[in-house]
Design a protein around this ligand. Structure first.
Ligand code: NI
Ligand code: MN
Length: 236
C-alpha cells in the first residue's frame, strides 16, 4: 500500500501513476503531438488501457512487451490483443471486475463512449479505478453519466482524471458536473488541446469546479510530476 502517488501527464489521456510500482494508462505516445517523452523511455510495471481507440491503446503492446509488464484492459479488447500477441500477459476484465498486479488493484467501471480497433468492434469502453492505498479514477473517454455517483460511493477516488476536450467526450461544462458526482478531493483534466477538435480551457474547468464543489483541480504541464500524499487527502 502506497502512502503517496506521483502522477505524470504525458499529454492527452496518458499518465504514469507511480505508487512505487509504475502504472502507465492509455500510452498514446507515438503520434501524440503533446508528448515530450519517447515511448522507449516509458517505464511500466503495469499498463492499463481503457478502450481500443488508437489515441488510448497507442503504444501499449510495445511498452508492455519491452517492460515485461501485464496489460489490464476490457475483456473483448484484451482477447483481440492476446490473439495477436500470445507472449503478453493480458488481464481482460469486465465491469466491476478487478485484478491485482504488484499490490495495485485495477477495477473496470463504465464509460459512456464506444470502442473499436482498426474499425472492428472491440467490446465496451471502460474507466479504470486504480488503487494502492490511494485511489485514482481514470475516466477514459466518456460523456457524463449519473452512475459516476456509484463510482464515488464504491471506490471513493482520491484523484479523478476527467476528459474535458468535448467533441468525443465531456467538455469543461459536463466535467464540472461530473466532479460534483465524484466528489474527489483532487481532479486533473485530460484529453484536451491535443487536436483542434478538442480545444478546451483547463483554467475554466479549474475555476468553475473549485468554486462549485470546493475541491482541488490540478492542471499539470506535460511531464510535470504531481506528488500527492495520503495525508493531503483528508477524510471523506
Ligand atoms: Ni475514444
Ligand atoms: Mn480518445
Amino acid at each position: 500500500m502506497a502512502d503517496k502517488v506521483e502522477i505524470t501527464w504525458h499529454g492527452h489521456a496518458c499518465f504514469t501513476l507511480d505508487f512505487g510500482k509504475k502504472v502507465v494508462v492509455d500510452p498514446f505516445i507515438e503520434g501524440n503531438p503533446m508528448a515530450k517523452i519517447k515511448k522507449d523511455d516509458i517505464k511500466a510495471d503495469l499498463v492499463v488501457v481503457t478502450h481500443g481507440h488508437s489515441d488510448h491503446l497507442g503504444d501499449a503492446v510495445e511498452i508492455a512487451s519491452k517492460n515485461k509488464a501485464p496489460i489490464v484492459t476490457f475483456v473483448e479488447l484484451g482477447w483481440m490483443l492476446n490473439s495477436e500477441n500470445k507472449h503478453l500477459d493480458i488481464r481482460a476484465i469486465n465491469y466491476s471486475g478487478s485484478t491485482e498486479v504488484d499490490g495495485i488493484r485495477v477495477t473496470a467501471v463504465p464509460a459512456l463512449h464506444s470502442s473499436s480497433l482498426d474499425g472492428k468492434y472491440a467490446g465496451n469502453p471502460a474507466g479504470m479505478v486504480i488503487s494502492s492505498g490511494i485511489t485514482v479514477y481514470h475516466a477514459g473517454d466518456t460523456g457524463v453519466f449519473g452512475d459516476m455517483s456509484i463510482i464515488s460511493d464504491l471506490y471513493k477516488p482520491d484523484i479523478s482524471l476527467l476528459p474535458i476536450g468535448g467533441f468525443y467526450t465531456m467538455s469543461e461544462y459536463e466535467a464540472t458536473y461530473a466532479a460534483g458526482l465524484l466528489k474527489s478531493p483532487y481532479f486533473i483534466p485530460m484529453h484536451y488541446n491535443t487536436f483542434d477538435l478538442i480545444k478546451a480551457d483547463p483554467q475554466k474547468f479549474k475555476k468553475e469546479t473549485e468554486e462549485k464543489h470546493q475541491v482541488n483541480v490540478i492542471v499539470p504541464e506535460v511531464e510535470e510530476v504531481i506528488k500527492i500524499d495520503k495525508q493531503d487527502l483528508g477524510k471523506r
